[in-house]
Design a protein around this ligand. Structure first.
Ligand SMILES: [Zn+2]
Length: 134
């Protein structure tokens, strides 16, 4: 059982980070054991205070404060950074999918994968440095 103090500490760190974090990242930042942090995150999720987001590249789930739930996020597979994105670029994708499928799709529980500017530049300068990239 995770206590209220542990939940508050985890929630406070997530708010202070101002970006989605994995349980492992939160544990490192708090210098706490990861199972306790994961238990606190699960409890916070049940109480509706945090939302678990699933990266589409299959990497570890990240957590955001519930007020960020309508925002959408992109994770860089190169460095693992996750950032919120303006939803406008995704509106075009949504509109095209709505035309094709006749359904409105929501991406608020998933994290897109795309190289950040720094990793894209590194790939151009050092082609082949990252496995699976050319
Ligand atoms: Zn990157």
């Amino acid at each position: 059982m995770v206590g209220a103090i542990e939940r508050c500490v985890v929630l406070g760190e997530l708010l202070e980070a101002r970006s989605p974090l994995t349980g492992a990242q939160l544990a490192r930042r708090l210098r706490a054991d990861e199972p306790s942090v994961q238990a606190a995150l699960s409890a916070l999720e049940r109480y509706g205070q945090v939302r678990r987001l699933l990266p589409l590249d299959g990497s570890a789930a990240v957590f955001v404060f519930e007020s960020q739930r309508e925002r959408e996020f992109v994770r860089c597979p190169g460095c693992g950074s996750v950032r919120a994105v303006d939803e406008h670029p995704l509106q075009l994708l949504r509109a095209r999918l709505r035309e094709r499928l006749g359904q409105e799709l929501s991406f608020s529980r998933y994290v897109f994968a795309a190289d950040c500017a720094r990793c894209a530049r590194d790939d151009l300068e050092n082609p082949g440095a990252r496995p699976g990239r050319s």
